[in-house]
Write a protein of this length. Sequence first.
Length: 435
Amino acid sequence: MRASSSDLAARRRQTLGPTYQNFYDQPLHLVRGEGVRLWDADGREYLDCYNNVVSVGHCHPRVVDALCRQAATLNTHTRYLHASVVELGEMLVARLPAGIDTCVFTCTGSEANDLAVQIARAVTGNRGVVVSEASYHGVTELTRTLSTDSYPAARRPDWLAVIEPPNRYRGPAGYDDPEAATRYLELARDALDALDARGHRPAALLIDLVWDSNGPLVAPGGYVNALAAEVRRRGGLVIADEVQSGYCRSGANWWGSTNYALEPDILTCGKPMGAGHPLALMATRRDIAEAYAERCHYFNTFGGNPVSAEVGKAVIDVIDDEGLLDNARETGAYFESLLRELAARHATIGDVQGCGLFWGLDLVVDRDARTPVTREQMRRLCSLIVAEGVVTGHSGRYGQILKLRPPLVFARADAERAVAAIDAALARFEVEPDG
Ligand SMILES: Cc1ncc(COP(=O)(O)O)c(C=O)c1O
């Protein structure tokens, strides 16, 4: 690391404290981005194969222009009339799943999920919430409690029902099980019965439709809607957390919900909406919005401000004009084919899961036993990959998933470069997994 970067790392430790972590053994000091490219303080160029926040690419000129123009004109909040936030709402409603016609803007996905669960509790009168094992939904007190990957199971409140995510590689029903959907549904029913026995009815199912913190995963056909029906039968609403699965990520549709023909009662989104600018959404049906408004009003000082709204509009325009949904599907399919070829060459890759431009390699030290690599080993592998010039990250219940989730402007040549870098890094890793 160059001297000025190591000095910055020391000052950061001193000032920002231990809560902030770095991805790699040698912290990456990035100073510039453009499209899928990043540059560090030494001028070294990297391919970004991880950051979905910059959905339409780093520093997209149309997004930057929209931001600068509005910032130079006016920035206020939703207590005044302004066209931009209304126009953004209209653009979103035209793209949202059927029945979702009302938008409330926040700054983060955490705020959007927090509000969604507050609304579900208020309108159903129930307290219970259903989430997946190893889920992640945010950092407010409520959403952290709903993030089962963030704290020990012994501390879970009695109103939380935790269900098994549909992991066909590691879960109780595998790829070869034709009854997988039923099996996962039965497990969910057991968790709901246990919730009932603890004296709680569900207010909501909060479901990430790509199970990012577990995968990404793709659920067996029929599972999502059967689960939604079960929760609704017991009085709960369905909240689709589309922070990860939304905004064309899956390549098939704008929303992960649509991939499963799910019509959620509430949908939340965040990260990709502002391509790097803090903009997030809680959207719902009018009857739910009205029932909640009878109880209280919502005002978020920065949520839906004119600058954020202009940025949000520009992001949607870029997605449409550059055909990024088609790109996520077509480049995503090519990326998948390269990753499957890679898996055939490396015994460390136990499974390839995902869709569109969101892929996960489930890495193992023993393919037969499916023993996951350790978190330390994964950190080492990611450091080896970044040394090859490609930025990746990791997730998973055991930290064993190499997460590949680039901006939607990722091209075929980028997919080839990413796979070549992972190939080279895996070759080194397989010789010395512990460094
Ligand atoms: C599925 C999911 N929901 C919610 C959040 C929280 O969003 P934010 O970090 O914008 O608060 C995240 C963030 O990673 C997420 O992945």
